[in-house]
Ligand binder design. Structure first.
Ligand code: FE2
Length: 308
């Protein structure tokens, strides 16, 4: 369980009035599939979120290390189960390079966590306050979202030295609906630079096809060509990922909000610098679209996704 909140919520952004997008910004969203909004969140909001994230990590008790499992399959099953459970919980995930060969952390726990996910916005009051309010509701309207529901939240640490690469992907791979309506909201909690692993996007790439889907094996997918583990990637389209010459780095100061169309290819490099690159992300899917039963993320009936 996360630590209790020891101080009053600070920097709540709920009262911030909606700041509408200009026609030029709306045109860029349509044409390019992304939008960069500097200064969307004030510094106190960023500090409140980072402090709360640090409390959650501090309270996190890692389970048995992978090395104590007798087989790789058991380790993988345990990891898959923790991942699935995090759909409606708050779970800390380690960096791949966090452990040495003997299964011990190479550095302090607080510097070893890759991310916290995936229901922070519904279960933690500080994250709830950051994730909702008139500013985001107005922005959602201006982006053309009809009835956005927040399905997923992640605090991504991108730790100094070991923060791993996130390969090219489209968010619709992981949060699929018919029609595709997933939209990403990426908040820079710290300055993001090329050195510490900022986002890279392919402008206009959202007009291409969905290349792959991350599916959960169900009775309906048993017969499909899905790997014999519970979770796997299903290839849909062979369109290659962009060359780096087709991509642009989004070097942005803390407080910036980057909006990402669900089909926009994006990635980030590993962080080999001495400073972290924390970001907080929300992903919405329109309630009017059909949520796929093969998505990894499924919510219990008592915990339906809510909007802004
Ligand atoms: Fe993404």
């Amino acid at each position: 369980m996360p630590a209790p909140i020891e101080e009053p919520l600070q920097g709540r952004n709920n009262a911030k009035p909606a700041q509408r997008l200009t026609p030029a910004q709306q045109a860029q969203w349509q044409d390019q599939g992304y939008l960069v909004l500097p200064g969307f969140k004030p510094a106190p909001d960023l500090q409140a979120l980072r402090r709360r994230a640090a409390q959650i990590v501090e309270a996190f008790e890692p389970g048995p290390r992978l090395s104590v499992f007798s087989t790789r399959d058991q380790a993988r099953q345990a990891a898959d189960q923790a991942f699935l459970d995090s759909a409606s919980g708050i779970h800390c995930f380690f960096e791949e390079e966090a452990f040495d060969e003997s299964g011990h952390l190479r550095q302090a726990k607080a510097l070893s966590i890759n991310k916290i996910g995936h229901a922070l916005h519904d279960l933690d009051p500080v994250f709830d306050a950051f994730s909702r309010g008139p500013a985001l509701a107005g922005l959602g309207e201006d982006l053309g979202l009809k009835d956005p529901r927040i399905w997923q939240s992640m605090l991504i640490f991108k730790q100094p030295g070991i923060g791993g690469e996130v390969r090219w992907h489209q968010d619709a791979t992981f949060l699929h609906s018919t029609p595709i309506t997933v939209t990403g909201f990426w908040f820079a909690l710290e300055d993001a630079t090329r050195d510490n692993g900022c986002l890279w996007v392919q402008p206009g790439g959202h007009q291409g096809p969905l290349r792959e889907r991350f599916v959960r094996r169900t009775a309906a997918t048993q017969a499909a060509d899905i790997p014999p583990s519970e979770l796997g990637l299903e290839a849909l389209d062979a369109t290659p990922w962009p060359e780096i010459s087709q991509a642009v780095p989004l070097e942005v100061p803390a407080g910036t909000l980057v909006c990402l169309h669900g089909l926009l290819p994006h990635c980030s490099a590993p962080n080999r610098s001495a400073v972290s690159r924390q970001a907080y992300t929300l992903h919405t899917v329109d309630a009017l679209s059909h949520w796929s039963p093969t998505n990894w993320l499924q919510r219990p009936a008592a915990m339906p996704p809510r909007g802004f």
